[in-house]
Write a protein that binds this ligand. Structure first.
Ligand code: NAP
Length: 315
């Protein structure tokens, strides 16, 4: 993880929230960049990023921030990636690597691709790490440690550029996988997008109920509901853009999910306890595999403090 010499002389981070901030912190921790230039939409975010210290300079425009950068990472919502790329198009340095952190990949290639000038290496990316927090105070250096980062280079991408970006992400603590963007979108429709959609839906349904009051939902949340509320508290802009831009894959997985839900409904109606028991036995084993793969802790109740006080350090 500790690099002795920067991989990139100058890195530009556009979008200074949870992901942009964590990249800045992680790059500084390992000395991966000679200088980190930053840009966010609001002056307030830019000033805060500078104050927290995960960028070295803040710029008034994205175009200004990317000037002379060897690596440009766009960490803005998926729907803003195309317009931001159009803004920086004429300021990108020849030979620079342009990447992003968007949670969807095929639509991002469609939106960013046409604005990438010749001589710039465009390598879309997606770090598989996050929290429900956003903004310039949300990021931290350890976010990517032992998590995956997926790169989805388009055909013809320079191998050396992909290797250099891989080294950068590894320096941030991540393991890197390379895959096709369509496959990425299908995988993440089931492991990320659908779980969030279900959480948004269940929290919405529970709070719209008339016979069970909202105060009862909150009071008895520890019985299961609160585990969905973490996902449902995620950033509304980010998630709106994910569903608008991964429509096909999400609808495909949702169709499959609805069919399976209907068979559960039938099992409950007809008292098919064996079916329920078999499914719950299989799903319990999946949790063990996630812990064994180092992707979660095996501390009971996700390591929540039983006294209900916020744990020390990061949430
Ligand atoms: P965030 O904390 O809300 O930060 C977004 C940043 O983008 C803010 O600095 C915001 O500036 C800036 N921004 C928003 N719209 C912009 C625009 N039109 N032009 C320029 N800047 C703009 O979001 P995040 O969680 O870091 O997510 C960033 C990207 O990472 C998204 O594409 C998301 O899909 C992806 N991602 C997120 C997660 C996650 O769990 N959160 C995980 C993996 C990947 P202001 O502060 O000035 O508004």
């Amino acid at each position: 993880m500790a690099e002795s010499k920067p991989i990139f002389e100058r890195v530009a981070v556009i979008g200074l929230g949870l992901i942009g901030g964590s990249i800045g912190h992680a790059a500084k921790r390992a000395g991966l960049a000679g200088h980190i230039a930053g840009y966010a939409r609001s002056g307030e975010t830019r000033a805060r990023a500078l104050e927290v210290g995960f960028i070295d300079s803040a710029h008034e425009s994205a175009a200004d921030a990317v000037k002379d950068a060897d690596l440009v990472i766009l960490c803005v919502p998926v729907g803003a990636l195309g317009p931001v790329t159009a803004e920086i198009e004429s300021s990108l340095k020849k030979g620079a690597i342009l990447t992003d952190a968007g949670s969807v990949k095929t639509a991002v290639i469609r939106d960013m691709g046409p604005h990438v000038p010749d001589g710039v290496h465009f390598i879309p990316g997606h770090p598989i790490a996050g929290t429900e927090e956003s903004g310039p105070d949300a990021g931290f250096a350890e976010l990517f440690d032992n998590r995956w980062c997926i790169l989805t280079p388009v055909p013809g991408t320079d191998k050396a550029a992909t290797e250099k970006l891989t080294r950068f992400w590894e320096g941030c603590g991540a393991n890197v996988d390379v895959m096709d963007s369509k496959h990425h979108d299908l995988v993440f429709a089931i492991v990320s997008h659908l779980p969030h959609l279900i959480a948004f839906n269940i929290v919405g349904t529970a709070t719209d109920l008339e016979k069970v009051t909202q105060s009862e939902v909150i009071k008895y949340a520890a019985s299961g509901f609160r585990d969905f509320t973490r996902l449902a508290a995620s950033d509304p802009t980010m998630w709106r853009d994910v569903f608008l831009n991964n429509k096909e894959a999400v609808l495909e997985m949702l169709g499959r999910f609805s069919e399976d839900l209907a068979s559960l409904q039938r099992a409950i109606r007809w008292g098919d306890g064996d079916m329920l028991f078999d499914l719950f036995t299989r799903t319990r084993a999946i949790r063990r595999s996630i812990v064994d793969a180092g992707q979660d802790t095996d501390v009971p109740n996700f390591g929540r403090d039983p006294t209900h006080k916020a744990p020390s350090g990061k949430k």
